[in-house]
Design a protein around this ligand. Structure first.
Ligand SMILES: C[S@@+](CC[C@H](N)C(=O)[O-])C[C@H]1O[C@@H](n2cnc3c(N)ncnc32)[C@H](O)[C@@H]1O
Length: 304
């Protein structure tokens, strides 16, 4: 299906009337942000921009560098490394190099809805002498795609994208993928009240606004017809737009003035809350924490 049709269909399905008499469209499936090449290009511009890179991207790389040997130390046999949404893939490379250095045999499977990100990943990963077994698929469809080989260990790495999902949805999917023997690895930024302004900063600039706007551009909406907002509510950062005039997007789809459209969410859990969610689905977990200025990050590794 064409990206525009996917977006229009999901906008239609998600439109709800709220008590205050305004419509709200909670339109936060992460893949909406990566259906088209222009979106992956805008993502790259956003994470290279000063605030995103200094307040989120670089500290995450520091976390991985600091703990990569501990994170990967349990793997010894043949490993299938599934990288859910590798993006650039700056955070994956240190982990794969660590496996190379310690002589762990592995196959690398980047999984991404975006062909552009798969192309970038393949190019970068080939540079360190690793072959990519690319899977151009939604994470949600991966259980149908992967082959079960009892002789291989499996690692599912989703990085910060974990936070773009509602907790039960992503943990249920990871449990389905990992089964009884697989291991999952996520990265998260903790919620700490004193850090709230720092947490919001990377999402409050023109790069984040444009990146969020692009999914609505695919539906034929002009940027001038929208006003961007970023707020912390419901334990997550909510990004989206207020609609400034009535929009007729299809014969059966009108979006009224003052409708709020949420285009992305990014959860910020407290440590206890995240542990509570993980424990609902997985019995064993380890975590690795890294603090830098007002940024408090952790990587959780879990399995059954
Ligand atoms: C936010 S980027 C994260 C990149 C990197 N893992 C990191 O932590 O910086 C999200 C990546 O996941 C992919 N992605 C998002 N939702 C997806 C989905 N439902 N199915 C497949 N790929 C998806 C995007 O195309 C992109 O490569």
């Amino acid at each position: 299906m064409q990206p525009a049709n996917i977006i229009l269909g999901d906008l239609k399905k998600s439109k709800k009337l709220f008590k205050n008499g305004h419509y709200k469209i909670i339109f936060d499936q992460p893949y909406h942000l990566y259906l088209d090449k222009s979106q992956s290009q805008a993502y790259i511009t956003m994470i290279e921009a000063d605030k995103f890179s200094s307040l989120l991207h670089d500290p995450t790389l520091n976390l991985i560098e600091k703990y990569k040997h501990k994170i990967l130390k349990g793997f010894t046999g043949k490993l299938s490394f599934y990288d859910l949404g590798p993006g650039m893939p700056t955070k994956t490379i240190p982990l794969l190099k660590q496996l190379q250095e310690t002589g762990v045999p592995f196959d690398y499977f980047p999984v991404d809805v975006s062909e552009n990100f798969l192309n970038i990943t393949e190019k970068e990963i080939n540079k360190i002498g690793i072959t990519c077994h690319r899977i151009n698929s939604l994470f949600e469809d991966l259980p149908k795609v992967i082959v079960n080989d009892k002789n291989e260990e499996k690692l599912f790495f989703i990085g910060l994208t974990f936070n773009n999902y509602r907790p039960d949805k992503i943990l249920k999917l990871l449990k389905q993928l990992a089964g009884n023997d697989g291991t999952c690895l996520i990265i998260t930024e903790y919620f700490k009240k004193k850090n709230i302004e720092t947490i919001l900063l990377p999402y409050r600039d023109k790069y984040a606004e444009y990146f969020n706007y692009l999914s609505l551009k695919l539906a034929g909406i002009e940027q001038e017809q929208l006003s961007y907002f970023t707020e912390f509510r419901n334990q997550r950062i909510e990004m989206g737009f207020r609609v400034l005039e009535d929009l007729q997007l299809a014969p059966d789809l009108v979006i009224e003035k003052d409708t709020e459209i949420i285009t992305a969410i990014s959860y910020r859990y407290s440590k206890n809350n995240l542990i509570k969610h993980i424990n609902k689905y997985f019995s064993c977990f380890e975590f690795f924490e890294h603090n830098e200025k007002d940024i408090s990050l952790a990587s959780f590794k879990f399995s059954n």
